[in-house]
Each structure stands twice: as structure tokens, then as C-alpha cells.
Design a protein around this ligand. Structure first.
Ligand code: CO
Length: 267
């Protein structure tokens, strides 16, 4: 069932999103050549906990022989698409790392991901990151009252495929609120004009995952890290976005409400 949030609930979600975004800012300030993903995990956890939040991923899921997720962050390097577990690997010049952070704060969740280039990265990696970011922007711009969910999906897919890249199909975005994963699922591919109509108060975690080539995804021995089967590079970016009468409100972006509304496209 799709949950619609009242205005006051959106305001609290914006607070949760701010805590989550500040944790990402701390990671962004630290990320670079020679840093381990475990160090980034500790930085994010500190940022969340010191602000009164709770890491949303830690202890998530598990079962059927898979342990619950152990990290505050997902750190997915190069061919890892999502759910890379932080460890003692040092980030190296030329790597790309997708960092995904989730926070619970005052009863609500927020979800945010960015992909960082480490040092000097190949041109294709830069183009992959830029395209994945552009696809997220297109998806957000399509998240307007009265549009359909398929409009968001199709907008993302169009940007990715115009660059000759590939939408990863195995994972999708999601509704988000009091639960980390709510209805509806938000695929990064699909047909415009299909799916549920977007209403004010719907909050979506929109999260394109993109690889340089057409490939399947395989899950590693740790039960979590999901990598491209053929080793192609992958990027992942994400925002938590509220559908409002004033346009999409990107809760996890570094803007106040007024700026967010002013920047939102009108129809
Ligand atoms: Co998500």
C-alpha cells in the first residue's frame, strides 16, 4: 500500500534527510586515494549518531544463510553495483566508489547515494558518473503531481541509454517513510504513462544503478556485494524525493525548502 505523508511528516523527513546528507558530506570530505572504506563507514556512523540518528542499514535484512547487513554505509567499488560491505581495502587512484547511506531520525528514514571518482579516473568512468547523475535529475524532474510512476522510470532509462550505457534491472528504488522500504517499487526502466499516479505526499527513493555494458548482476560470497557479471564499471546515485504541489522536493539535497521549490520545474 502506498503511504501518503502529511505536511508535518514531510518536515520531519526533511530533518532525517538533513542528518543523512550531513553524513554524506563528511564522507565526501574524507574520500580519496589511500582511504579505506571502513574509515568512511566510521565517519558516517559518527556523523549520524552524534546528531541523534540511527544508521538504517546496520542489522538490515539477513536470513536464508545471509548475515544481516553489518555496515552503516554501502561502499561499492568499480564493478560492484550496490551493497559493497566496508572493509580494509584502500581506495586507489582510478577507482570509483558508490557510497550509499541510510538514516532513521525521529521515526522517519532517508536514503542517499553518490558515486565518487578517486584521483584521476578514465574518461569512460567520468562519463558513467555524469550520466548516472543526469538520469537521477531527469527522474526527479518527472516526479510531478499527476504524472505516473512510469514517467520517472522512463526518464531515467532514456538518459542512460542515450549515452550507450545500461540500466541495472536487478535492483529498484522504493517508497520511503516510517519504513525504509515502502511501496511502490521504482524501477529505473519502464514506459511513460504507465503505473500509479503520483500524488502530493508520496515520497520516493529514486536510485538509478548504471553499468557501462549490458550485463547481469551476481551476488558475492558475503551474501551482499552485487557486482556486474562481466566486470563492467557501475555507478549508483540516489535522492529521497517528496512529490508536492510545488514540484519535487529533494529532501536529501543541500537546499532549503524555498530554494528547492524555486529550482523545481513547473508545468
Ligand atoms: Co534506496
Amino acid at each position: 500500500m502506498i503511504q501518503i505523508k502529511r505536511r508535518a511528516e514531510l518536515e520531519v523527513m526533511a530533518e532525517a534527510a538533513r542528518v543523512n546528507r550531513e553524513a554524506m558530506d563528511a564522507v565526501a570530505a574524507a574520500v580519496g586515494v589511500g582511504v579505506t572504506t571502513r574509515e568512511l563507514n566510521a565517519i558516517a556512523e559518527d556523523a549520524i549518531v552524534s546528531r541523534g540518528g540511527r544508521p538504517a542499514f546496520k542489522g538490515y535484512g539477513g536470513g536464508h544463510g545471509t548475515p544481516p547487513y553489518p555496515g552503516t554505509l554501502c561502499t561499492s567499488v568499480n564493478e560492484v553495483v550496490v551493497h559493497g560491505i566496508p572493509d580494509d581495502r584502500r581506495l586507489a587512484d582510478g577507482d570509483i566508489v558508490s557510497v550509499d547511506i541510510g538514516t532513521f531520525y525521529r521515526g522517519f528514514a532517508a536514503d542517499l547515494a553518490r558515486t565518487f571518482p578517486i584521483g584521476e579516473v578514465p574518461e569512460e568512468a567520468r562519463r558513467l558518473i555524469a550520466t548516472t547523475e543526469a538520469s537521477l535529475v531527469a527522474g526527479i524532474e518527472a516526479a510531478q503531481v499527476g504524472h505516473r510512476l512510469g514517467d520517472v522510470s522512463a526518464a531515467i532509462q532514456a538518459v542512460v541509454e542515450a549515452e550507450g550505457f545500461w540500466v541495472v534491472r536487478e535492483f529498484v528504488g522504493h517508497g520511503i517513510g516510517r519504513a525504509f522500504h515502502e511501496d511502490p517499487e521504482v524501477p529505473n526502466y519502464g514506459r511513460a504513462g504507465t503505473g500509479p499516479v503520483l500524488r502530493p505526499g508520496l515520497v520516493l527513493a529514486i536510485e538509478p544503478m548504471v553499468s557501462t555494458r549490458s550485463t547481469r548482476v551476481v551476488v558475492g560470497d558475503d551474501g551482499w556485494a552485487a557486482s556486474t557479471a562481466d566486470g563492467s564499471l557501475a555507478a549508483h546515485v540516489e535522492h529521497t524525493v517528496a512529490v508536492t504541489e510545488d514540484g519535487p522536493w529533494v529532501l536529501t539535497a543541500r537546499t532549503d525548502r524555498a530554494t528547492a521549490v524555486a529550482a523545481a520545474p513547473r508545468r
